[in-house]
Structures are given as structure tokens and as C-alpha cells.
Design a protein around this ligand. Structure first.
Ligand code: CP
Length: 325
């Protein structure tokens, strides 16, 4: 595997999940693989989990790691071609990318959606520029439309907490309110990976927040959150802004004042509709907005195991890339 953006890049998902468990048993098993190899992690946006877990994964594999925070110490980068650079951006990404590539063997990119130009975001313009102009393997650490390292960690977590090998778990992705406009990367990837996994997958959200059909796939979309939650084994909560599927002009917008949407916040009553479901969220989470204190603190909350599995998903992905060099 050279680049990592979608679930298909991993090939056989069952093999990848088995590899995750192999690495979990001995996370330094492949420590010789990365000797004298360098991972460059480029952050255009903030991060706690991705930054730490991906660095740890690279260290597990014996690699050197360089982290670049583009907005803290580097020249401000222009990302669009054709712009007259008379503003505050001193360097163009089209020079910066090949320069960055000189110092590493693979590049991880965190670059969120701008949420103003759907076509630009959904073309994965920044990620694809890194692929095109670096000549190095590139992996997503949350790009404009996807967050595959998170979704892989989420799937590992679901597999670890589903004890009934005879039945498929019912997994529900639910929209929840938030005061700010957030990208669709996490729900997009979660949907993509759940569709590839052996689960019964349902998506619930208020009308207008329909995810892109290429990510929804064969999932059942249920606008009644209570109906969606009934019998659920895993509840995955996340906010996302309008994906602009039905009304492109609404792309990136919050469609309703969040004060009027608090009935979508996952609380104990919501969880009582489920089959004693586990609660999941990628973090960071706004408490008592997305989920109440009692639900996230309950023994059924998996938010910390999900975060822990970010090290495992990243170790599998970086290992696969190292094996392709
Ligand atoms: N879940 C996740 O990607 O966390 P960070 O934004 O802190 O990296």
C-alpha cells in the first residue's frame, strides 16, 4: 500500500483487522522495518490524538519522525494555483511539497475542509497535491472529506467489544448538535468503513444533513433518531455541517440554531432506547452538547479505547507503507 485515504487502500479488511491484533499483542514486532526511514507529519490544523498516536506508531516501527505545524513557525502557505501572492502567504504549496519530500520517506497530511467550496474540498485538492508533487507515499491524518485512521481505529474497537460471533452488531451513526460548523470527514469515513465491515449500519440525522451518497452506500438512513437507536449495539455520535448534497448552496452551513436541536444530544434516555449500546465518539467532544456527562463517563463508553486504538491503526498503516518502499 503506497497511499492511504480510503478503506479499499488496505485491501482485505479482515486481514487488516487481524494485523491490528497482531500489532496490539506486540507493538514493537516490526521495529526494524523503519530503521533509517523518516515520517513527516504535516499539520494544517490542530490535533491531539492524531499527532501523538501517529508519532507513537512511527516510533513503534523504528522510524524517525518530523512534525511540521504549518501555522506555527512555517511560512504561511498558499494552496490555490493561479493566485497573485500579494497577501500574507509567502510560499506556495507547489514549492513547499517537493521541498518537504526531500527530507522524508512518507508524508502524513492533516488538512481540514474549508467548507466554502464543496467541489474543492470533495476533490481532496490539498491531499492530491501532496500525492502528485511529493513523489512520496502520502497518508491521510484527516483530510477535507475523510479520516481513515480514525475509522480504522473505530472498527478495531467495535470488533474488540462485540462478543457475539453469530450476529452482526447494529451500529448507528447519529448526528448531534454543535455550535460550530464542522467538516464531514469523520462521519464520511465512519460510514465508508462500516459499509465495508460485517455490521448492520444505520445513519440518523435531521433532514438536510444527508452525507454524500458515495459514503452512505447501502446504509439505512433513518430521520427518526429514536427508531434508529432501537436495538442498537453501538452508538457513534458526531456533529457535521451540511454536506450540500440536496442543496449545494448550504454546503458547510449549520442548518438550525443548535439551541433548538438539543433533543439530538445523546443522553441517558437516548441510550435507554438501545440494546445496552456502547457509546462512541472520535474526540474531542463537547460535553452536554454532543453527549451528556453521564453517558460519556459510563462503563459503556468506548471513547478512550477508541483513542488508544489510534496507535494501532496508525502502526498497521505505516507498516504497510514501509513494506511498499
Ligand atoms: N480524533 C482525532 O482525530 O483527534 P485529534 O483531532 O485530536 O487528532
Amino acid at each position: 500500500m503506497r497511499n492511504f485515504l480510503h478503506v479499499q487502500d488496505l485491501g482485505d479488511l479482515k486481514l487488516a483487522l487481524a494485523e491490528a491484533q497482531e500489532i496490539k499483542k506486540d507493538r514493537y514486532k516490526y521495529v526494524e522495518l523503519g530503521r533509517n526511514k523518516t515520517a513527516l507529519l504535516v499539520f494544517f490544523n490542530n490535533s491531539l490524538r492524531t499527532r501523538l498516536s501517529t508519532q507513537k506508531a512511527a516510533l513503534n516501527l523504528g522510524m524517525n519522525v518530523i512534525v511540521l505545524d504549518v501555522n506555527a513557525g512555517a511560512w504561511k502557505l498558499e494552496t490555490e494555483r493561479g493566485v497573485i501572492m500579494d497577501g500574507d502567504k509567502s510560499e506556495h504549496l507547489l514549492e513547499a511539497i517537493p521541498v518537504m519530500a526531500c527530507y522524508c520517506d512518507m508524508i502524513g497530511i492533516r488538512s481540514f475542509a474549508g467548507l466554502t467550496d464543496r467541489e474543492y474540498d470533495y476533490a481532496e485538492t490539498v491531499y492530491n497535491q501532496f500525492v502528485k508533487y511529493s513523489g512520496k507515499p502520502v497518508f491521510a491524518m484527516e483530510t477535507a472529506t475523510v479520516h481513515p485512521l480514525q475509522a480504522f481505529a473505530d472498527l478495531i474497537t467495535i470488533e474488540e467489544h462485540w462478543k457475539n460471533s453469530q450476529l452482526r452488531p447494529k451500529v448507528v451513526l447519529t448526528w448531534a448538535p454543535h455550535p460550530k460548523s464542522l467538516p464531514q470527514a469523520v462521519p464520511n469515513s465512519f460510514a465508508e468503513w462500516m459499509n465495508a465491515a460485517d455490521v448492520d449500519f444505520v445513519i440518523t440525522h435531521p433532514e438536510g444533513y444527508e452525507l454524500d451518497p458515495k459514503f452512505v452506500g447501502d446504509a439505512r438512513v433513518e430521520y427518526d433518531q429514536k427508531k434508529a437507536f432501537e436495538g442498537a449495539d453501538f452508538i457513534y455520535a458526531k456533529n457535521w455541517s451540511c454536506p450540500g448534497v440536496t442543496r449545494p448552496a448550504d454546503y458547510g452551513k449549520i442548518l438550525h440554531d443548535y439551541h433548538t436541536m438539543t433533543h439530538w444530544t445523546v443522553d441517558a434516555e437516548h441510550m435507554s432506547w438501545t440494546n445496552n449500546a456502547k457509546f462512541m465518539h472520535c474526540l474531542p467532544v463537547r460535553r452536554n452538547m454532543i453527549v451528556t456527562d453521564d453517558v460519556i463517563e459510563a462503563p459503556t463508553s468506548l471513547v478512550i479505547p477508541e483513542a488508544a486504538n489510534r496507535e494501532i491503526s496508525a502502526t498497521v498503516v505505516l507498516k504497510r507503507i514501509l513494506q511498499s518502499l
